[in-house]
Design a protein around this ligand. Structure first.
Ligand SMILES: CC(=O)N[C@H]1[C@@H](OP(=O)(O)OP(=O)(O)OC[C@H]2O[C@@H](n3ccc(=O)[nH]c3=O)[C@H](O)[C@@H]2O)O[C@H](CO)[C@@H](O)[C@@H]1O
Length: 374
């Protein structure tokens, strides 16, 4: 019987796929410190930096996303896909994993497809309330499908589904920094109410435009302060607008927040896109939130993610097209309404699914060990 446990984890593209992958890896390491974990990502994407930052080895595939609007442009994408499958096969042959985990995003398609074809057990983690095309295809060969929302049997074979919730980074849950010192660390005033503005791991155009248009309002509301994450690609244009607006002491702007635990601790209210990972964090940390789902994602899945909360009075919903008109007035009214903040916090707390990473890690180890026994 082979004892060493080798696991491939594949996927990425955005934080929403990478961070769950890292927390599953951390949980596996806690349960089986001797396990060897290899990540397989997409060349040039965010995971190639974030995964080594988290202490894991990663190999990139030359994979790219399909252009769903201009199908004729996909010839090069198909060639890259074929090359990626070939490379995934050679990685699997060399590393000899007993189990492969797919977290969604470009690389998980070719990696899990090849793993399945080579007889290696696979586990899929679907973060959203609406399954992506790749995961639906991969589900046929998968042994286990870990989900975070009810009703996923619409997309996947019922007997393979396990409700686990989305894994969030362990340090978000164990952080101990108190509210006041968290606010001070952003150079803001601990006595004032604080709104944290997030655009998902990449930033959100509508939210940034709304805030840019609202800079004067922010300036004229000194009793409330703002921590604004712009995303890398929008950062420069936002900084130019902020500079042009003059001195705004109640505003902190950054492209990306590395220490999300401190940012959450500072926030009385969060404004955010409705990415599945972000939502799981709001639930686990009981954060009152205004959600503005991105209309630019596959099958409009963010609206479905958001409505799962909004229908239970666990979040406030502002449509993307209405953001410029409604977002700031709603946020300013909510953050000073202590009763509303408490109601939102109490309701969102009920939707939290804790220990997700550990539950998934146990499933992964079980699949790997079962194969070892064969
Ligand atoms: C545009 C797009 O395709 N978005 C998708 C992507 O979202 P996206 O990559 O934005 O992912 P999520 O909202 O799920 O998670 C964002 C993650 O980034 C972290 N974070 C965010 C900002 C920051 O400054 N620092 C930081 O660390 C958050 O704490 C969170 O852990 O994957 C999600 C999960 O499949 C999907 O639901 C989203 O629809």
């Amino acid at each position: 019987m082979e004892k060493e446990l080798r696991i491939i984890i594949s996927g990425g593209g955005t934080g929403g796929h990478i961070f769950p992958a890292v927390s599953i890896a951390n949980a596996i390491k806690e349960l089986r410190p001797d396990a060897r974990i290899l990540f397989v990502g997409a060349e040039g994407r965010m995971e190639m930096q974030r995964v080594p930052d988290a202490g894991y080895e990663i190999i990139g595939l030359p994979v790219a996303g399909f252009d769903r609007k201009h199908l004729w442009k996909n010839f090069a994408v198909l060639i890259k896909l074929a090359r990626s499958q070939w490379k995934a096969k050679s990685i699997i042959k060399k590393f000899r994993p007993q189990v492969a985990v797919g977290v969604g995003g470009y690389a998980s398609g070719p990696t899990l497809k090849m793993a399945g074809m080579m007889g290696i057990p696979t586990l899929i983690q679907e973060q959203n309330s609406y399954a992506g095309v790749t995961n639906k295809l991969l589900a046929k060969k998968a042994q286990r499908i870990c989900v975070a929302y009810d009703g996923m049997e619409k997309f996947f074979p019922k007997e393979k589904i396990q409700m686990t919730g989305n894994p969030v980074r362990q340090n978000l849950l164990t952080a101990t920094r108190d509210h006041e010192s968290a606010i001070t660390s952003f150079g803001l005033d601990p006595k004032k109410k604080t709104i944290l503005i997030l655009g998902g791991s990449l930033g959100a155009r509508t939210i940034n435009n709304t805030l840019k248009a609202g800079l004067q309002t922010i300036k004229e509301t000194p009793a409330i302060q703002f921590i604004w994450q712009t995303g890398k690609i929008y950062h420069q244009q936002v900084m130019e607008a902020v500079k042009a607006a003059g001195n705004i002491p109640n505003l902190y702007v950054t492209d990306f927040i590395k220490d999300m635990a401190t940012a959450y601790s500072a926030a009385d209210l969060v404004i955010s896109r409705a990415g599945a990972g972000s939502i799981s964090e709001f639930c686990l940390l009981h954060k009152p939130v205004i959600l503005i789902p991105s209309p630019n994602v596959a099958e409009d899945h963010q609206t479905k993610n958001a409505l799962a909360l909004v229908n239970k009075q666990a979040a406030i919903y502002v449509k993307d097209v209405e953001a410029e008109e409604k977002l700031l007035p709603v946020a300013l009214a909510t953050v000073i309404d202590t009763g509303k903040l408490k109601e939102l916090s109490d309701n969102i707390a009920k939707l939290a699914l804790p220990d997700s990473a550990t539950i998934i890690a146990r499933e992964v180890i079980k699949l790997g060990e079962r194969r070892n026994d064969k």
